[in-house]
Design a protein around this ligand. Structure first.
Ligand code: MOS
Length: 746
């Protein structure tokens, strides 16, 4: 065993300098000789048929190379089913691909692709295209069609059943001492990573290379290959740098395939970048939703029944809802439970993953209701949660692989100063501001990939190593963290290791979705690097000229690239010496990892606890978050800085969800009201309070070799609820909607 030296350190990003000095090249930064530029023209109506497209004027504009519409764009070869990219399969974001006929299903649906020799000329020509529609009535909001709701068999690409039950919820509610019924309304949310989605497509004969902003190069590769009728080996996807994603680059939308088709059509490399406005209509969104809860408890606050229903709009093509009922059904011991999803068909694209997809919205409803229960029974909110603590996943009865939830409550409360909270609403003032304190529990599942995950490790005779796996780094810090993992497994200092990813030519890794990246990629990298180390140690032992010849491999350790006897560190040699002596320029190993079959006997979840202090101006209705504390138990922490940044980003996202983020449909025009960062509000530095993160390491021997449970999304879960609960504590008002705005607090 090597001693873990790099793992856990707050190492700076190895690519940080590149990112802030312009050295990092994103998908839209690719330049080719003879490059052409494509822009998409979207439908202005939400429902109907294209009756005529007049491209005459546009075709005569300077520099225009082609205009592709449903009349001349080649039909796709296949329509792959909606599948989550988690499994490393084709992952189209919706089963609908535009341009197959003249029907318009949603506003913004692409109806033309304009290709020109410069971006500006393509944009200009796009503005000259005249499209006539025969418009038909549209449905874009819940209120327009709630009577038409249906119960789908499954949601979330088929992975989550439409209905889940345990025990007898009606009987449980009937015998409860206390019952709370509450309905929650949520605005739709739109993804706004700094980098809009972009694809640069280049053909070399029949070989396609795509530079694509994606969470998974294999997902893009397999989806585009299926759509174009190509064998995947003919499609290479490169994604070295991605400027954020948050789920909108997890599923593969139409634009990568359209860039490839346009490039083939004009016989030149083509760059297609979505505009900020198109990001609102081209890469999915978090759906508008309504959740209702009926919660029954005994006098001591122990839950006896929970009914949790959700109603939301989906597209005409797919039964999609974010799985809002999941974590909220697993967090507390409760014998009687019923969770039901209901959907309406709407003229939107299929909604998609958006950070903590479902976990955050479902836990908002549950954790606000738990706060009401605590208030009604006069029990401290943390004490109430401890009374309902579950040692097992209530849906299966399986024990948790590890928890740490109680420590999160305790250490979070200490750090926050929870004991100073006055449970009486409106009891704490700071000048004109009403001050309130709230908390909520957090949880996010640990997902394991269904396919083996692979990585390759290579050591050079100069004593440096490179470790490779196909994953892109979309801002999570995975490049840095995997360098740390490789360094420890190989027994090398960090600065002699390098991680390479973001290329489908490298060993396959599933798309990093569902907070699974750190766990599954570290598993593959650790396995590959450990195999390489073992291979080198075995070679030294077999080498008659090595000081380690004939040693017991179990007694050999590696530090700073030097293999040595644990009991006699003076006996040993460096990796480099071994390779030089044997005339080897390098040595290589490939490692493969799959979750162990026994992991299905466990519930696997990252737990946490959120605390917030808010100040509300009762005259102006302004709510400000003054402090947030989050305590999380993510298994092993690979890098305290990047893990802390992920969690802090999640908590601030929760602040946005609580107070700012909203999109809505204009029911008359069937279009999103917000279509820029000027009217779609996200927290800026001035909104960001002091955020403190408490990391609680728990040992987990089930999830993966290093016991990593993931930090990408759990930071958001419960954050909005803690804020809403603090607003209640400050004002006595229970606001059951997101976001909470001035009108709610006046
Ligand atoms: Mo994450 S919203 O599963 O990409």
């Amino acid at each position: 065993m090597t001693t873990a030296l790099a793992i856990g350190q707050p190492t700076d990003r190895v690519d940080g300098r590149h990112k802030v000095t312009g050295g990092a090249h994103y998908s839209a930064d690719m330049l080719f000789a003879n490059m052409a530029y494509a822009v998409l023209v979207g439908a202005h109506v939400p429902s109907g048929r294209i009756t005529h497209i007049d491209t005459t004027e546009a075709l005569q504009a300077g520099g225009v190379l082609a205009i592709l519409t449903h009349e001349n764009l080649p039909k796709t070869a296949a329509q792959p089913p909606l599948l989550p990219s988690l499994a490393g399969m084709p992952a189209p974001g919706q089963t609908f691909f535009p341009f197959q006929d003249a029907v318009v299903h949603y506003a913004g649906q692409p109806v033309a692709v304009v290709v020109a020799d410069t971006l500006e000329r393509a944009q200009h020509a796009g503005a000259l295209i005249r499209v006539d529609y025969a418009e038909t009535p549209s449905v874009t909001t819940l209120d327009q069609a709630r009577d038409d709701a249906y119960e789908p068999e499954a949601i979330f690409a088929g992975f989550v059943p439409g209905r889940t039950e345990r025990g007898d919820v009606e009987g449980g509610l009937a015998k409860a001492d206390v019952r709370i019924d509450a309905t929650f309304a949520y605005a739709a949310n739109s993804h706004n990573p700094i980098e809009p989605s972009a694809t640069t497509a280049a053909w070399d004969d029949d070989q396609l290379t795509l530079y694509d902003a994606t969470q998974g190069v294999a997902a893009t590769q397999l989806t585009v290959a299926a759509l174009l009728g190509l064998t995947p080996s003919k499609v290479r996807v490169i994604s070295h740098y991605v400027g954020g994603s948050f789920g909108c680059k997890a599923m593969i939308w139409a634009h990568p395939a359209l860039a490839a088709l346009a490039a083939r059509h004009v016989g030149r490399p083509v760059k297609l970048t979505l505009t900020r406005e198109q990001m609102f209509t081209s890469v999915g969104h978090r759906e508008e939703q309504e959740q209702s809860i009926a919660l029954g408890a005994d006098k001591e606050g122990r839950l006896v029944a929970l009914r949790h229903h959700k109603l939301s709009p989906t597209s005409h093509f797919d039964d999609w809802a974010e799985p809002s009922l999941g974590v909220a059904s697993q967090l507390y011991a409760c014998p009687n439970y019923e969770g039901v999803y209901r959907l309406i068909r709407a003229n939107t694209m299929t909604p998609t993953f958006m950070r903590a997809p479902g976990e955050a919205s479902g836990m908002f409803a549950l954790e606000c209701t738990m706060d009401d229960l605590a208030h009604e029974l006069g029990i401290d909110p943390i004490e109430l949660r401890l009374r309902n603590y579950s040692d097992t996943d209530p849906n299966t009865g399986n024990p948790w692989s590890s928890t740490g939830l109680k420590e999160c409550y305790q250490r979070g409360a200490e750090r926050f100063g929870w004991h100073r909270r006055n449970p009486e609403p409106r009891s704490w003032r700071d000048g004109n501001w009403l001050i309130g304190h709230g908390m909520a529990a957090a949880g996010y599942p640990v997902y394991g990939p269904s396919n083996p995950q692979r990585a390759r490790a290579r050591l050079y005779s100069d004593g440096t190593a490179v470790v490779q796996a196909a994953t892109p780094d979309f801002g999570t810090g995975v490049t840095t963290v995997m360098t740390q993992v490789a360094a420890d497994a190989l027994g090398l200092p960090l600065d002699r290791c390098r991680f390479e990813g973001g290329d489908s030519m490298l060993p396959t890794i599933a798309a990093a979705v569902g907070s699974s990246g750190a766990g599954m990629i570290s598993a593959a990298v650790h396995t590959a690097a450990t195999q390489l180390r073992d291979q080198l140690v075995a070679q030294a032992i077999a080498d008659t000229q090595s000081p380690l010849h004939g040693a017991d491999p179990a007694g050999v350790i590696v530090r700073d690239g030097r293999m040595m006897l644990r009991d006699d560190p003076g006996t040993g040699e460096g990796y480099g010496e071994l390779l030089h002596r044997n005339f080897l320029p390098d040595v290589e190993a490939v490692g493969s990892w799959s979750p162990s079959p026994q992991s299905s006997n466990y519930g696997m979840m990252t737990f946490g606890a959120q605390f917030a202090e808010v100040a509300v101006d009762p005259d102006l209705g302004v709510a400000r978050v003054r402090r947030m504390v989050g305590a999380f138990a993510p298994g092993r922490v690979l890098n305290r800085k990047t893990a802390g940044s992920q969690l802090m980003g999640g908590m601030l996202w929760g602040l946005g969800q609580a107070l700012l983020e909203a999109n809505s449909m204009d029911p008359l025009r069937g279009r999103w009201v917000a279509s820029s960062l000027g009217d779609y509000l996200v927290p800026v530095n001035a909104d960001a309070p002091e955020v403190e993160i408490e990391l609680i390491e728990v040992e987990d021997k089930v999830v993966n070799p290093l016991g990593v449970k993931g930090v990408g999304e759990v930071g958001q879960v419960g954050a909005a609820a803690a804020i809403a609960n603090a607003v209640h504590n400050a004002t006595g008002r229970r606001v059951r909607k997101l976001p909470i705005t001035i009108e709610d607090l006046m």
